[in-house]
Design a protein around this ligand. Structure first.
Ligand SMILES: N[C@@H](CCC(=O)N[C@@H](CS)C(=O)NCC(=O)O)C(=O)O
Length: 282
């Protein structure tokens, strides 16, 4: 294994292995930790990969510990890679007030252009290029990739897929921030990472990008009807309207009674894994 990959945890799970690694990231200019779940099938040949992007305040651990994805990933023979949600380290600038919705734990999967954030906050390059290249060089995986995520990570999954035709075979999201240009979380993050120019923001807004997406990968989205962030931050109706206007194949489900938590994600993760499995194993 590469000298740039330090194993920091290893747990057997459903016949496969959950592992955590630390490595030096060139894109983010700091050490990063990610988790990988390798299903039993990876012991006999390379398997495709689902990239999972988590939401505000998360690390690689939230999804792996709470979503309950390993059983079906093991059955299907799919690896799952979960990166952290921002650069980390003593010299990585955080929100000046220490707020949870910007800075550490809140990289928004963009490439920052504004000082002081532009030195480390390159999560888009990290999750779309650097991390897949590292994973594909050092683990028994193929270059068939799918992408999904939750909330800020749902936004991340959508923009990564829409901006990169051919890179992913499948995309889905839970409770995504659908129109970051028009909600407080997105306006704060895009304003600080990218500056005042809203034209620059539009390159990172799923409801704007879907119209110009270079391919029409069928999209699966689940959203809880009792999610406290729905009306102010997530704006799911904007993605519904934009998908219709773009004639983009989309199944956007409002799930009655569910909230924003991993209890919700765990309830529907199997559907998402099978959605990705159909494309990854095609
Ligand atoms: N109320 C939360 C807002 C952040 C939040 O809900 N984060 C979601 C993603 S946007 C999450 O996945 N949290 C971690 C978890 O539930 O394990 C806080 O203030 O920390």
């Amino acid at each position: 294994m590469d000298a740039n990959l330090e194993l920091i945890a290893s747990n057997k799970s459903f016949g496969g292995w959950h592992k955590r690694y630390r490595h030096r990231s060139t894109a983010n200019g700091c050490d990063m930790v990610f988790a990988i779940y390798l299903p039993p099938a990876a012991e006999t040949g390379p398997v495709p990969v689902l990239y999972w992007l988590s939401g505000l305040t998360c690390t690689d651990e939230n999804f792996m510990q709470k979503a309950g994805a390993q059983r079906v990933a093991a059955e299907l023979g799919i690896a799952i890679v979960a990166p952290d949600t921002s650069p980390r380290g003593e010299d990585v600038p955080d929100d000046p007030e220490g707020a949870y919705d910007f800075g550490l734990g809140a990289g928004f999967y963009v490439n920052a252009t504004q000082a002081p954030y532009n030195r480390h906050y390159h999560m888009y390059d990290y999750v779309t290029k650097e991390l897949p290249a590292l994973v594909e060089a050092h683990f028994p995986v193929t270059d068939r990739r799918a992408i999904s995520g939750h909330s800020m990570g749902g936004h991340g999954a959508l923009i990564c897929a829409f901006r990169n035709p051919g890179r992913y075979v499948s995309v889905s999201a839970f409770s995504p921030i659908c129109a970051p240009m028009d909600c407080p979380w997105g306006q704060k993050a895009l304003g600080r990472y990218l500056g005042d120019n809203r034209e620059a923001w539009a390159q990172w807004d799923a409801s704007r990008l879907i119209g110009e997406a270079g391919e029409r990968l069928p999209l699966l989205v689940d959203q809880g009807s009792e999610d406290g962030f729905l009306e102010e931050q997530l704006l799911t109706h904007r993605l519904v309207d934009a998908a219709k206007a773009a004639d983009h194949p989309a199944t956007i489900r409002m799930q009655a009674g569910y909230d924003h938590s991993y209890y919700f994600i765990a309830s529907f993760i199997e559907d998402h894994l099978r959605h990705h499995g159909a494309a990854l194993l095609d």
